[in-house]
Write a protein that binds this ligand. Structure first.
Ligand code: 2P0
Length: 335
């Protein structure tokens, strides 16, 4: 093992939101492998920017989030750095400085953009020259959804396509189904709360796997949902994708709600917003909702309907603000 001279690199990544949800981990191995396939869209607007600096003068890794040292998140960051160091054959410690232009750990996939940016910056700094799939697998080993933020537009992690088990990388990786230009959907994110969630996704998923009576049914329906959703994206069938995406979202939340103790990620505003968006769709506006492990509501609409949807969402009691997004690109090195 050797030390490197000071090596610095910058990367930027966007969060993604799953239309076919990932909830539950494989019991097979230690690589944070998902138990189900998932399909997502990468957003623009929301952004994580990360700088890594490998420095032989450092005794320990350091993690700064939005300018403040964050000890709590450091061990997970260090585990990711250890994999990068292992691949590069070095022991040098690293300072990671990351900033988000949106609330962290509040159901807006900050861990997805965060680990995607970290892997890309680390790859550049250590000159590993990892492939798309390798970066995706390294990001996935820290956060399942981060595997998808390596790519832009429409992305899937299809477990059927997973490669053979690899000691460093594991198996499951993301692939692009279509670029953003294929179908420039608009997304309005309704912020119901800016606080960090009480139960993180990792803990929540494990609780659902071990206690929810719906877990087997959740696994059984996944292959069909993924195959159908991919086809709907390819043919740009908004109406069918709307129905299937809401089904996957509500099915995930039913699974979580039926855990013991039940995981209730919604606030009153989340439920009000679901009704608002369903009413809007019934009135002919092509829009649907999706919700992750937090109270924020994401309204996905057909191109050109963003103004109308944002206005409706903004008027829902308890929705503090609305962030407008389009579809974004994958992670990129920015120096
Ligand atoms: C998803 N979520 O597909 C699902 C839907 C939240 C709800 O992936 O445990 O932070 O780190 O692998 O990626 C969020 O969980 O979970 C997530 P870990 P992650 O987007």
């Amino acid at each position: 093992m050797t030390e490197v001279k000071i090596k610095t690199a910058f990367a930027a990544a966007h969060p993604n939101i799953a239309l076919i949800k990932y909830w539950g981990k494989s019991t097979r191995d230690g690589h944070n492998e998902p138990a189900v396939s998932s399909l997502s869209i990468t957003l623009d607007t929301l952004l994580t920017e990360t700088r890594v600096r490998f420095d032989p003068q450092l005794d320990d890794d350091i993690f700064l989030l939005n300018g403040k040292q964050d000890e709590q998140k450091l061990s997970r960051i260090s585990r990711n750095l250890d994999k990068l160091r292992q691949l590069a054959g070095v022991t040098t410690r690293c300072e990671v400085a990351s900033s988000n232009n949106f609330p962290t750990a509040a159901g807006l996939a900050s861990s997805a953009s965060g680990f995607a940016a970290l892997v890309a910056a680390g790859d550049r700094a250590l000159q590993l020259d990892l492939s798309f799939a390798q970066k995706s697998m390294l990001a996935r080993s820290m956060s399942g959804s981060a595997a998808r933020s390596i790519g832009g537009g429409f992305i899937k992690i299809a477990l059927q396509n997973s490669g053979p088990e690899d000691a460093v990388f594991g198996r499951a990786f993301a692939e692009q189904i279509a670029p953003a230009e294929h179908w420039p959907l608009e997304i309005c994110v309704g912020i119901a709360s800016e606080s960090e969630k009480a139960i993180g996704s990792t803990e929540g998923m494990e609780l659902s796997r071990t206690t929810s009576p719906y877990y087997d049914a959740w696994l059984a329906g996944n292959d069909q949902d993924i195959a159908d959703a991919e086809q709907m994206v390819i043919t740009r069938d908004f109406e069918k994708l709307a129905e299937l995406s809401e089904f996957s979202c509500l099915k995930m939340h039913a699974l979580a709600l039926a855990s013991r103790p039940g995981l209730l990620y919604w606030s009153g505003a989340t439920v009000e917003a679901m009704h608002c968006l369903r009413d809007l769709r019934a009135a002919g506006v092509p829009v649907f909702f999706t919700i992750d492990a937090g109270p924020q509501i994401k309204a996905v609409c057909a191109p050109g309907y963003g103004d109308r949807v944002a206005e409706a969402l903004q008027s829902v009691n308890g929705i503090r603000r609305v962030i407008r997004c389009g579809l974004g690109c994958g992670v990129r090195v920015t120096d």
